[in-house]
Design a binder for this molecule. Structure first.
Ligand code: GTP
Ligand code: SPV
Ligand code: MN
Length: 598
């Protein structure tokens, strides 16, 4: 018996099954009982490993194949009917040709396997923000992860009813052939096809594929925004609550900021910080004329390395139960997990992310991938409900009103600790010129500066120029827009050490940002925007950070910025003729101000 009579759903499943030819089809009902059965099955084949259930209840370890450890941007395509629809920043294939090509790869790819049908919702089922998807997959790992990351169950089918309004996701591991790995989006058909991978962002189709690429496309059509943003709540000692969203590129600190623990100086005064989301925000204009945000996800797919009791205790506690670890190091004495930066005691007896015996003494910083215990992009999939600082607002179907939008990236020099844009248009421009050093979250070189507008370079489901235009249009539709800022936690000294302490201490900057929104603190105007007066960034209780350190972190190096302007011009040219004129006007004005300041 099928749990729905929806013809659109059933016909599509039969078509996909006719192509992939699974031995059988199993509907995922979201029950713990069914999940337990699947875990048993995955344990029996070695697809997952049971960890120490006393220390890590409900936790499992999964290892991917060695060449399948991150998103593959080079093999990710936006297949709109015209190339122009996808723009120059995305990879594009003609949708008809693409389907022919992939049909060949999918044909019989599920033979001897089960096709699981996962009905899921992004955001709260039945809420005004909710959008529904169905993912078909031959991977139990995907089923178990989707059950953590999204809201899975038959209530989704009930909410969908007879409607055709759902995102059709097809995933097959096939034979994990790297040269035939494809992550394909057909935004005009609400369809996602993923094949030959079994890693996170490539295969948990509710996340980047739906909630960012397809959703950004829908958002443009329907007048809302899907962004690569965390959502953070700050409660003041007087009980007042403020919310900020922040867009940082992959592995640049969203999870850490979203779960920060306030420095003691603020705790004593009664400040509290709560997490609403750590990776994706859907934003709409509310009836009150403000911008409102929800986190459409139900869990965290967080970076493991660097997570520790000091940097992010909330994340650490979140992943102490009901978690699937991917590509971390296994301590074979205790049957627990370890990763670089967890503590200073790497396990004596361990198996690395590749499944080989591992000797921590052979660790070489210059060759992390081959000498680390955990892969640099190893991750935990953990439930939002298990996060100690989860905001009650996470459960509010309306979401939260946003006071500030923060952009940021990893820049060793150019970007100061924080600056404020001068208007929504100027803020959108600041987003468009974002740049960051690349990280292990995507396949390819690490540490290379590249432009990553709004932290969405890999996630915009249409033409980047049109996406910028959509940002500008949204500005005209929000009567009380949030103010827009830019931060950089990653400035380094001559030896390459981070100057700013970061992590929980980033709250010091967030409070300056909120004070600017409230109009309670002054600032200095510079060619790039407003900069704090150094004494307005609270450094009470910070070791080794003086007023001079803050001054240094806030300097605007005009020559470096003028160099950046040239790079931005080249990038705008690459984005092509859809770049809005307003962005060129902003760029010209920035250049003129910098030249005048020289
Ligand atoms: P995705 O899940 O890939 O989108 O990444 P994310 O933006 O959530 O990144 P995350 O918070 O997991 O941070 C990734 C890495 O940046 C980790 O290794 C952190 O330890 C490091 N990091 C985060 N915040 C800071 C900070 O304030 N200062 C410094 N120096 N490092 C940080
Ligand atoms: C990112 O790369 O931005 C992530 C991890 O959040 S993944 O889901 O793999 O894309
Ligand atoms: Mn992300």
């Amino acid at each position: 018996m099928n749990p729905t009579n929806n013809r659109f759903v059933l016909d599509w499943i039969s078509d996909m099954a006719a192509m992939t030819k699974p031995d059988n089809i199993v509907w995922i009902d979201g029950s713990e009982e069914q999940a337990q059965g699947l875990r048993e099955q995955a344990l029996s084949t070695g697809e997952i490993i049971k960890l120490n259930q006393e220390k890590l209840p409900g936790c499992y370890l999964h290892r991917t194949v060695h060449n399948d450890v991150a998103r593959v941007e080079g093999r990710t395509f936006i297949c709109t009917s015209t190339k122009e629809g996808a723009g120059n920043i995305n990879n594009w294939m003609d949708p008809v040709e693409c389907k022919e090509k992939l049909t060949r790869l999918y044909t019989g790819s599920m033979k001897g396997r089960t096709m699981y049908v996962i009905p899921y919702s992004m955001s709260i089922v039945g809420s005004p923000f909710a959008k529904y998807g169905i993912e078909l997959t031959d991977s139990i790992y995907v089923v178990l992860n989707m059950e953590i990351m999204t809201r899975v169950g038959y209530d989704v089918l009930d909410a969908l009813g007879d409607s055709a309004d759902f995102i059709k996701g097809l995933h097959s591991k096939a034979d994990l052939d790297e040269s035939n790995r494809y992550i394909i989006h057909f935004p005009e058909e609400n369809t996602i096809w993923s094949i030959n991978s079994n890693y996170g962002g490539n295969v948990l189709l509710g996340k980047k594929c739906f909630a960012l690429r397809i959703a950004s496309f829908l958002g443009r059509k329907e007048g809302w925004m899907a962004e690569h943003m965390l959502i953070l709540g700050v409660t003041y000692p007087n009980g007042e609550k403020k919310y900020v969203t922040a867009a940082f590129p992959s592995a640049c600190g969203k999870t850490n900021l979203a779960m920060l623990i306030p420095p003691e100086v603020y705790q004593k005064q009664g400040y509290k910080v709560e997490c609403v989301g750590d990776d994706i925000a859907w934003l709409r204009v509310g009836e009150d004329g403000r911008l409102w945000a929800v986190n459409p996800e139900n869990g965290f797919f967080g970076v493991a390395p660097g997570t520790n009791e000091k940097s992010n205790p909330n994340a650490l506690h979140t992943c102490m139960k009901d978690t699937i670890f991917t590509n971390v190091c296994l301590n074979t004495d205790t049957n627990t997990v370890w990763w670089e930066g967890l503590d200073k005691n790497p396990p004596e007896h361990a198996i690395n992310w590749k499944g080989e015996p591992w000797d921590y003494r052979k660790y070489d910083k210059a060759d992390k991938v081959n000498t680390s215990g955990a892969h640099p992009n190893s991750r935990f999939t953990a439930k939002a409900v298990n996060c100690p600082c989860l905001s009650p607002a996470y459960y509010d179907p309306q979401g939260v009103p946003v006071d500030a939008v923060i952009f940021g990236g990893r820049r060793a020099r150019t970007a100061p600790l924080v600056y404020q844009s001068t208007s929504w248009q100027n803020g959108a421009f600041v987003g468009s010129i974002m740049a960051s050093e690349t990280t292990a979250a995507a396949a390819g070189a690490v540490g290379v500066v590249r432009r990553d507008p709004m932290a969405m370079r890999p996630f915009v489901g249409y033409n980047m120029g049109d996406y910028w235009a959509h940002w500008l249009t949204m500005g005209t539709k929000i009567p009380h827009p949030p103010k827009i800022f830019h931060v950089n936690w990653f400035r380094t000294d001559a030896e390459g050490n981070f100057i700013w302490p970061g992590f929980g201490d980033n709250m010091r900057v967030v409070l300056w940002i909120l004070a600017r929104c409230a109009g309670t603190v002054d600032a200095d105007i510079t060619p790039i925007g407003y900069i704090p007066k150094a004494e307005d960034i609270c450094i009470d209780g910070l070791d080794g950070v003086t007023l001079d350190t803050v001054k240094d972190l806030l300097t605007v190096d005009t020559a470096a910025w003028l160099e950046d302007v040239e790079n931005i011009k080249a990038f705008y040219a690459q984005v092509g003729d859809h770049v809005p004129q307003a962005m060129y006007d902003e760029l010209a004005a920035l250049e003129a101000r910098l030249k005048a300041a020289k």
